[in-house]
Ligand binder design. Structure first.
Ligand code: TXA
Ligand code: MG
Length: 335
């Protein structure tokens, strides 16, 4: 049985982590599944619980800037600037690793991803442990990341020691992964809560891994090669034209499909019928809200009796880039 804890149980959760258990905790992006990053046996338990391929490295979570220096070779100026502006927050920085990290954290790579989460429970927990926590998202491998303790329980009950329930997460999609191993050529490997536009204001030109625009190209981030973030039911991305979308919905229903729709409140009057399941992800003008609700919407429709999930596209700028990236990974078809 996996225990459910509250913020009041942080000391207890920290004690479990120190003796090598794995514990799920909330961050501002999604729930993480933590183990002490220097404990090889504990870190292996993360891979086991998630069913995660061992060549997919984990990021380490710190509660202070001072901790970082123990685990990376150097902190380039641009990394300092990113930390100044975006930490604590949803930006993971990849740097050359050093020090006593468990080998399985980095899956054989010479680099490590580091981030300071912007969540009081996560920060207090890491501080109480006194060492960085290696933590991937706390879902079963391949499922959408968890944005509530309930999602974690659904995937990992009985496989982990405990879950600290901190309510719903805020950003709702995983952090931006920024490779700064070559500071002359900063590169986004995974879009997330901090956008390319925001990063460029602070450190100048930032590239984007070609895999993100061309899925045929090999990704630089091992995790991006897996089909991911994905419900079991088929997911299609709707075209931007309301009329075309309406035609596709009717066509599917004529074939006997039970349609689930993930879309903005703006289209609800036109698209929501008694035969359908409509999950509103907020006003179209609010892509942050859409991002924060996307995984919850996917999970709820996946658990319902719908046979196909259709989701609205958002403009690929700011957080909309991360929303479309995750939706694209879940979708088998873009109409
Ligand atoms: O928001 C987040 O980042 C959440 C919360 C819990 O912090 N964590 C998360 O972890 O999403 P995970 O393991 O699900 O995703 C980490 C991503 C993977 O795509 C992994 O391949 C990549 O970061 N990554 C980790 N270390 C890397 C490295 N040294 N080089 C390149 N990519 C790396
Ligand atoms: Mg993940």
């Amino acid at each position: 049985m996996t225990e459910i804890w509250s913020e009041a149980d942080i000391a207890n959760a920290a004690a479990h982590l120190k003796k090598g258990d794995v514990v799920a905790f909330p961050t501002e992006t999604v729930y993480g599944l933590g183990a002490v990053a220097t404990n090889e046996e504990a870190v292996r338990k993360i891979f086991q619980a998630k069913g995660r391929p061992s060549d997919n490295p984990l990021i380490i979570h710190v509660s202070s800037r001072e901790q970082v220096a123990d685990y990376v070779q150097t902190i380039p100026e641009k990394a300092r600037q990113v930390m100044d502006h975006f930490w604590p927050g949803p930006c993971t920085i990849i740097l050359e690793k050093k020090g006593p990290l468990a080998l399985s954290v980095t899956g054989g790579l010479s680099t490590v991803g580091v981030r300071m989460p912007n969540h009081p429970i996560a920060l207090k927990l890491i501080e109480a442990v006194g060492l960085p926590l290696a933590a991937p998202s706390a879902n079963s491998s391949g499922k959408p990341s968890p944005t509530s303790a309930e999602h974690v329980k659904r995937d990992l009950d009985g496989k982990i020691t405990g879950i600290i329930d901190g309510g719903l997460t805020g950003v709702g999609l995983e952090s931006t992964v920024l490779d700064l191993t070559d500071p002359k050529n900063p590169m986004i490997l995974r879009p997330g809560g901090v956008s390319q536009e925001e990063l460029e204001k602070v450190i100048g030109k930032v590239g984007v891994d070609t895999h993100l625009s061309n899925p045929e190209a090999a990704p630089k981030s091992p995790g991006m090669k897996y089909r991911h973030y994905s419900p079991e039911k088929p997911v299609w991305i709707l075209p931007s034209s309301i009329e075309e979308s309406q035609a596709i919905l009717s066509e599917l229903e004529a074939k006997g499909e039970k349609v689930g729709i993930i879309a903005s409140e703006d289209n609800k009057d036109d698209w929501d019928t008694p035969a359908r399941l409509y999950f509103s992800i907020g006003q179209k003008s609010n892509p942050d809200q859409a991002a924060s609700l996307l995984y919850q919407a996917m999970r709820e429709l996946d658990d319902s009796d719908v046979t196909i999930i259709l989701a609205e596209a958002y403009e690929e700028k700011g957080i909309g880039t991360a929303y479309m990236n995750r939706l694209g990974k879940a979708a088998e078809k873009r109409i």
